[in-house]
Design a protein around this ligand. Structure first.
Ligand code: PNS
Length: 164
């Protein structure tokens, strides 16, 4: 069984993430989406709770029969081992991603050299898309349709209205 893992914070999952997930799901028998709790990322907590982030990805990937979604709050290599995945798949966008991704891949290799990291290049349309940009656009009432799966669009609208 050839199993891969796509890890991330997914706060929230974007159309760019989904594109990488769809393409990776075609390369593996099974693909696990690992949603990191990331409670202290950038000082504040994520906009969406871990349960909300998991549910949004589940709904956005419901059409992909070999994809499952699981939260994790451990080292990524330990979680990969736990779910039986031997390859970590990350999306790579603009060059600024490279340094951070290179560091994480090197450290993960240092922690467990049996687990390989593989990168899938974002398509040009999504090169500059990020969860943080999506959150900011939504917070200021801008249009996020197309930048995120439709289920996320609705969830973002609800979150922004709740905060008002
Ligand atoms: O979506 P993100 O924030 O780029 O994802 C980063 C993530 C969750 C993949 C990374 O922070 C991670 O692997 N966290 C788990 C803890 C861990 O293993 N850290 C060491 C990796 S260098």
């Amino acid at each position: 069984m050839n199993r891969g893992i796509v890890p991330g914070t997914f706060d929230p999952v974007t159309s760019g993430h989904l594109d990488v997930i769809v393409r990776a799901s075609g390369l593996f028998d099974e693909l696990v989406i690992g949603v990191a709790h990331s409670e202290n990322k950038n000082g504040g907590g994520p906009l969406f709770s871990i349960d909300e982030r998991v549910e949004l990805i589940e709904r956005a990937t419901a059409h992909l029969s070999n994809v499952s979604v699981r939260p994790f709050d451990t080292l990524l290599v330990n979680f990969a081992e736990e779910v039986g995945a031997s390859v970590i798949i990350k999306g790579l966008r603009v060059v600024t991603d490279f340094e951070r991704e290179f560091q994480m891949a090197a450290l993960n290799w240092r922690l467990d050299s049996k687990i390989e990291t593989m990168f899938i290049m974002a398509i040009p349309e999504y090169m500059y898309l990020s969860s943080s940009a999506v959150r900011e656009i939504a917070r200021h009432g801008g249009a996020v349709r197309g930048l995120v799966p439709d289920v996320v669009c609705e969830a973002l609208e609800r979150k922004v209205n709740e905060a008002r």
